[in-house]
Write a protein that binds this ligand. Sequence first.
Ligand code: NAD
Length: 291
Amino acid sequence: MAAILIDGKTIATEIKLEVKDLVSKLRSQGVHPCLAVILVGTDPASHAYVSAKRRMSQEVGIRLIQHNLLQGISEFELIRLIHSLNADSEVHGILVQLPLPAHIEEHNVIEAISPEKDVDGFHPCNVGCLVTGLDTLISCTPHAVSQLMTRSGISTSGKHTVIVGRSNIVGKPLMNLLVQKTVGGNSTVTVCHSGTKNIKNFTVQADILIVAIGKARLVSADMIKPGAVVIDVGINRVEENGKTRLIGDVDFDHARNVASMITPVPGGVGPMTVAMLMKNVVKAATWSIRT
Ligand code: NAD
């Protein structure tokens, strides 16, 4: 039997409506949630991601201010802009679109953002809070994966979850979310990466398999335990039959005959990630009243 599709678009719409409601409540209290986005250079993919964030901000009533900086901007100038946004009480969230040009140290830029405005959840303070289980701004893609599962009725408690990929923006924060003793956590987590020998030995043991590597169709059907839940975070642009397509890290067409539930690409984790960003902006705006 073919796997049930986990519909990221529908769940993202549900979250958008919740955010919209929270935004109007905040606005009635005189707070208009505002996200400042810094975009360096002309990379088309980065521009496309920022456009998606702008569209969703408009839909939910969040004000988005975009700062377009030249590719050659110095780290000093970029950080100076971040400091001015940190000090601006009208700005609740700050997001620097990654990747940055090679002459800029990404970690210096991330660390310059006030943790309470770090809506990407990349600042070491927020990462530390996530590890220790404190309420924090959780990075959007791992949070999206977690919400996608919770809202699809997938229990992670007591399950063996295998994550393939150990990046700071997906694999590692996801591991920390899933091991917490909370609803949506309490899982036994194995993390595989480019240094893992014979990945299949691990993936076939997964009740829940989450893949975030950025290699088209690397995970084939024979690497999946029958009945497993498969979450594909990967986004790969490929040329097939003269057309450009977006596909995941999992061989979806075959995996769907083995898994019990699976996310499509596109339409799975992708739409959820931007929705979780909107949730973080609202959270940061709510904190701004509290503090
Ligand atoms: P990354 O390049 O930072 O990390 C990739 C990870 O995969 C690394 O930890 C590496 O060890 C591991 N890896 C690479 N090759 C491997 C192999 N052959 N076997 C096992 N592990 C291997 O990537 P990232 O930023 O974590 O993104 C991963 C994928 O997820 C990309 O396709 C990216 O586009 C996608 N992504 C999607 C969203 C979304 O919203 N859907 C958000 C972020 C990233």
